[in-house]
Write a new protein. Structure first.
Length: 167
């Protein structure tokens, strides 16, 4: 099954690859013309429309980058021959906990999507769950329902916050 993270990675990697090949094949005169045209068009205004999911996408990308850094750190500890078995065991347990946390976040997002038909971003840190909803409606009843629904997914009590962002 292909997940969103893999699709984003392949898309961005392909884009970077195509642009780098294009840049390498440009001769200097074409490059100078492009730069000259860009500097001449400084007075042109640029309008940027922000989609409702762009906030959630940026939050996900930021979180994914931090998770990848942590995973690389733990994996380097596991592969380092100078580390003790206790350090390797701790790194392995941390990797498992990281994967479990990611799984729980995806489970909560899926539950919110199925039950309330809302796009969300979920971040779990220790016993705190932060939920960001991309919606124009800032409804306390909806927030309470989301909190109750999320509580049912966990055995232990969690501190759950719901934040609405304008779409």
């Amino acid at each position: 099954m292909i997940n969103k993270q893999s699709v984003w990675f392949v898309t961005l990697f392909s884009l970077i690859l195509v642009l780098s090949i294009y840049y390498v094949t440009l001769n200097d005169s074409n490059l100078e013309n492009i730069i000259e045209n860009m500097t001449n068009n400084d007075s042109a205004l640029v309008n940027v429309d922000v989609e409702e999911s762009s906030l959630l996408v940026s939050l996900r990308v930021e979180e994914d980058e931090s998770v990848l850094k942590e995973m690389e750190n733990y994996q380097s500890i596991l592969l380092d021959s100078t580390k003790t078995s206790e350090e390797k065991n701790n790194a392995y347990n941390s990797l498992i906990a990281l994967n479990q946390k990611k799984s729980d976040e995806e489970k909560v997002e899926k539950k919110i999507k199925e039950e309330f038909n809302l796009e969300s971003f979920v971040k779990i840190k220790n016993d705190t769950i932060s939920i960001t909803i991309a919606s124009k409606d800032h409804n306390s009843t909806l927030a309470n329902n989301i909190i109750r629904s999320t509580e049912k997914l966990f055995d232990k009590d969690k501190y759950i916050t719901v934040k609405f962002q304008n779409a």
